[in-house]
Design a protein around this ligand. Structure first.
Ligand code: CA
Length: 228
């Protein structure tokens, strides 16, 4: 799981990075809000942790700009004690959760886990990638080119949702296992393989030109064959 941390106090940033890395996360750190916004726009992150008071752009402004741009990366605000306004403004701007500094490491990790697990919000009716349209509520997948659609199980839908929202990005088995099943172990890795093969069958059933490629040693990548 890859996290973005935007925090301008070096000691706090260092402590947070250490804590998160010990828990198995990859962390990219930026100290300025505007740099953080650029990074989050690259959409490579499973979740972002944003301080409120930052040079460049505030964490609240970064959140607001992301949401306006249609970026749904889960965001956790790191707010100062007692500053209720920050929490309200942050949530209003589109943050998913907040923790108040100083926080307990265990609490922070629990919030981050919950955030990463939450996955994509189901507010959008349809998620599109290439010629595919996924209806996550109705559990159906349609190929817009052929007009063919197919029903999905809930897990198949979650797997496709994650892959389609991360188009062209390589997702590891670990990332998929954590996102779909909420934790990781060998058994979950096997499930990932099984569900990838189910998803491929559904793609070929609807006649889509989108494929899920195996990137050896790295994971899976959803991409459209037309892009080659
Ligand atoms: Ca700060």
């Amino acid at each position: 799981m890859k996290l973005l941390l935007v925090e301008d106090e070096p000691r706090m940033a260092e402590a947070l990075q250490e804590l998160l890395r010990q828990d198995g996360y990859d962390v990219d750190w930026f100290s300025r809000g505007d740099e953080g916004l650029l990074a989050i726009r690259s959409a490579q992150y499973d979740a972002a942790l944003l301080d409120v008071m930052l040079p460049g752009l505030s964490g609240i402004e970064v959140t607001a700009q992301c949401r306006r741009a249609g970026i749904h990366t889960p965001i956790l605000m790191l707010t100062a004690k007692g500053e209720l306004d920050d929490k309200v403004l942050g949530l209003d701007a589109g943050a998913d959760d907040y923790v108040t500094k100083p926080f307990q490491p265990r609490e922070l990790l629990a919030r981050v886990r919950a955030l990463c697990r939450r996955g994509l919000p189901l507010v959008e009716d349809r998620l599109c990638a290439g010629d595919l349209a996924l209806d996550a509520r109705g559990l159906s997948l349609e190929c817009l080119a052929t007009g063919q659609s197919v029903h999905l199980s809930e897990k198949e839908c979650r797997v496709l949702e994650y892959l389609m929202s991360s188009q062209n990005r390589v997702l590891s088995k670990e990332q998929l296992a954590v996102k779909i099943w909420g934790y990781e172990n060998e058994a979950e890795y096997n499930k990932v393989e099984v569900y990838i093969s189910f998803a491929r069958k559904k793609l070929s059933f609807v006649g889509s030109r989108v494929e899920i490629r195996t990137v050896w040693g790295a994971g899976y990548q959803l991409r459209c064959r037309d892009e080659e």
